[in-house]
Design a protein around this ligand. Sequence first.
Ligand SMILES: Cc1cc2nc3c(=O)[nH]c(=O)nc-3n(C[C@H](O)[C@H](O)[C@H](O)COP(=O)(O)OP(=O)(O)OC[C@H]3O[C@@H](n4cnc5c(N)ncnc54)[C@H](O)[C@@H]3O)c2cc1C
Length: 145
Amino acid sequence: MRSWCPIVPATLQSQMDENIHVLGDATQNGDMPKSAYSANSQAKAAAMAIRHALTSSRAFKPRFSNTCWSLISTDNGVKVGASYVATDEKIAKVDGFISQNNEDDALRKQTYEESLLVRRDYHGYVWVTGTNELRGALEGAPRDF
Ligand SMILES: Cc1cc2nc3c(=O)[nH]c(=O)nc-3n(C[C@H](O)[C@H](O)[C@H](O)COP(=O)(O)OP(=O)(O)OC[C@H]3O[C@@H](n4cnc5c(N)ncnc54)[C@H](O)[C@@H]3O)c2cc1C
């Protein structure tokens, strides 16, 4: 029977083979949705676990996050997201947020602009940035558009 890959939540190691790390849509992770934002968040935890395995560097208890934006019209965006922690059983949702019906135009415009914000990291990759990264990106990180 086909199914998603069960993982060790804190390290993203496969439960079938500790030398394989699995992230993103392929995982059976618990509460995190299958999104590019989730995959990116999980990749950071997997990279930390792999570095720890190879070099005995410090490994921190990972925190995960996800945000998905939807465009309603120009200057009108909504979003849904949450933060997560690794428990022994799964990646578990801690708290979440979702746009509300009664939001004013200014907030919807702000949400729309968040969804457009991209930056290039030091490897040259372009990332869509989330609410938590908005301030840092605006304070000097190079942006291409
Ligand atoms: C229409 C649509 C809209 C979306 N919008 C958003 C959004 O706004 N925000 C968001 O965060 N997420 C969004 N997502 C979800 C997001 O695209 C996925 O969650 C994300 O791409 C998962 O990344 P991944 O690396 O786990 O898998 P993938 O991106 O699917 O990468 C897996 C790769 O493995 C390759 N592959 C498969 N089998 C093999 C094999 N046997 N050998 C070698 N290579 C193989 C595939 O070709 C693929 O390139 C959207 C998805 C869809 C379909």
